[in-house]
Design a protein around this ligand. Structure first.
Ligand code: CA
Length: 226
């Protein structure tokens, strides 16, 4: 699960990022409202943590523009101000939750769990199936028949994306953004490397599922039962 943190207090942003990553999330950071909005609009995030007081564009404006663009990503707003009017404004503009700084890490994590649970397609079960494959989201394993392999974090994330999107073609750019994020130096080549790791594992599992390459476009899963 990928979370975008839009927070101009650099130390707080870094602390949040560490906290989220320690708890199994992938987190990207932006330090101003404009960059935050641009990144949020990519649609690759499962949740956005948005500060109110931000340079270039304040959090309320970012939120309003995000919702105007029909982006429904859950938004958790953060602020140092605790006035009731701010809370009302945030909620009126489509924030899903409001947290006042300073807050307890436990409280933040509980909020994140609650907000991401609202998207039923993201958290319906511990397993995801496609063709003869079963991806176990708690054990990080991919199985087929009686065989099973453990996946690395990136392999798992890539496999999950491919399985969730079924026969949709995922471009290299989408995979790169979803798996490595905006700020990273990762290149198309990384996608190819992990696709080849996954293909080796599919072969090892003797799965009938193939990762099909659509030239110049991207990848999709294909299942041919014999
Ligand atoms: Ca701020």
């Amino acid at each position: 699960m990928r979370i975008l943190i839009v927070e101009d207090e650099v130390r707080l942003a870094a602390t949040l990022q560490d906290l989220l990553e320690l708890n199994g999330y992938t987190a990207d950071v932006c330090h101003d409202g404009e960059a935050g909005l641009d990144n949020a609009l990519t649609g690759i995030y499962d949740l956005i943590i948005l500060d109110v007081m931000l340079p270039k564009k304040d959090g309320f404006t970012v939120l309003a523009q995000l919702r105007q663009a029909e982006n429904a990503t859950p938004v958790l707003m953060l602020t140092a101000r605790s006035e009731v009017s701010d809370r009302v404004e945030g909620l009126d503009r489509g924030a899903d939750y409001y947290l006042t700084k300073p807050f307890e890490p436990r409280e933040l994590l509980a909020c994140i769990r609650a907000l991401t649970r609202r998207q039923p397609e993201l958290h319906t079960a511990d397993t995801l199936e496609f063709g003869d494959l079963t991806l176990d989201k708690s054990a990080f394993t991919l199985s087929c028949g009686g065989r099973s392999v453990r996946l690395s974090r990136k392999e798992f994330d890539m496999c999950e994306l491919l399985m969730r999107n079924r026969q949709v073609v995922l471009t290299k750019e989408t995979l790169l953004l979803k798996l490595w994020g905006y700020e990273s130096d990762a290149e198309d080549n990384n996608v190819e490397v992990y696709i080849s790791f996954l293909r080796k594992k599919l072969t090892h599992l003797r799965s009938q599922v193939r990762i099909k390459t659509i030239r110049m476009v991207g990848y999709c899963l294909e299942y041919e039962s014999s």
